[in-house]
Ligand binder design. Structure first.
Ligand code: 4FV
Length: 258
């Protein structure tokens, strides 16, 4: 996969992708990360990439010209090699659709992605209207720039690509992989400060371990993110467990009220 990033601060991307898993993936040619400084597509002496908002108001707005020129230069003559159709040109913005695991899975299908990182108050609206194919938000909060959101998207997408994660790291059991939270994990020592690892995990009884883990997934999701249960694929046993746990919980609440 090739990811082109348009940013005013390309140096921000050096560190996160020059270690560990991503460095290996880039060195193994599984991933090509191309950083483009938006200022390189300005033509005035000050390399101006932002300007005052029409209609007044605080802050500055990113100018359309350098962003259009940068994207057109980056994607020029390349759309054809993307069986999946047009290369997604994605704006990182709080106004975008929420970034989730299913969105990461979707983006991981493409051979190319173009990510545009903003700063200041945001982008001239004509960038949204006439250039980008998608807008993504990593969450309902406001950051100083789109670089960290772009890194989040890159991290979540690259780890899904075949060969990026070593065999020991599987994405299959991730939280959210099946739309539910993950089961508790333990490693040695079995006794840490008197806190024991659950017996079942030391039993070697894999069927029992699988049952315990599934129950933990349901319990934890019900406790922390019950809304996820509405959209997840639940088996019959899962649904019975949810019913049992919710009835018990409402009974406990009633008892508490008494
Ligand atoms: C953001 C987010 C985000 C808004 C103003 C950059 C900042 C500044 N991007 N998910 N949340 N962007 O806060 O994607 O331009």
């Amino acid at each position: 996969m090739r990811i082109d990033v348009l940013t005013l601060f390309p140096q921000l991307f050096e560190a996160p992708f020059s270690f560990g898993i991503f460095k290996r993936a880039i060195d193994n040619g599984l991933v090509e990360l191309a950083l483009h400084n938006i200022r390189d597509y300005t033509h005035d002496r000050h390399h101006t990439a932002d300007d005052y908002p029409y209609g007044g108001g605080a802050g500055m707005v990113m100018k359309p010209e350098p962003i259009f020129e940068a994207v057109e230069a980056v994607v020029a003559g390349t759309d054809t090699d993307n069986e999946g159709g047009r290369t997604p040109v994605i704006l990182l913005t709080p106004q975008g659709r929420l970034f989730t695991q299913p969105v990461a899975n979707e983006l991981a299908q493409y051979k190319r992605l173009v990510l545009i990182c903003g700063h200041y108050e945001g982008f001239d609206e004509r960038v949204r209207e006439h250039l980008v194919t998608d807008e993504i938000s990593i969450g309902d909060y406001v950051l100083t720039g789109g670089e960290l959101p772009a890194m989040v998207v890159i991290d979540a997408v690259l780890r899904l690509l075949p060969g990026v994660l070593g065999s020991e790291d599987s994405t299959l059991e991730d939280s959210h992989a099946g739309g539910l939270l993950e089961y508790p994990q333990y490693t040695r020592p079995a006794d840490f400060r008197g806190w024991q690892v659950p017996e079942v995990l030391l039993s070697g009884n894999h069927a029992e371990i699988e049952r315990w883990r599934r129950e933990q997934i349901i319990r934890r999701t019900l406790e922390r993110r019950p809304e996820l249960l509405d959209t997840a694929e639940l088996g019959r046993e899962d649904r019975e467990l949810v019913k049992r746990l919710t009835t018990r919980r409402s009974k406990d609440n009633k008892d508490r009220e008494l």
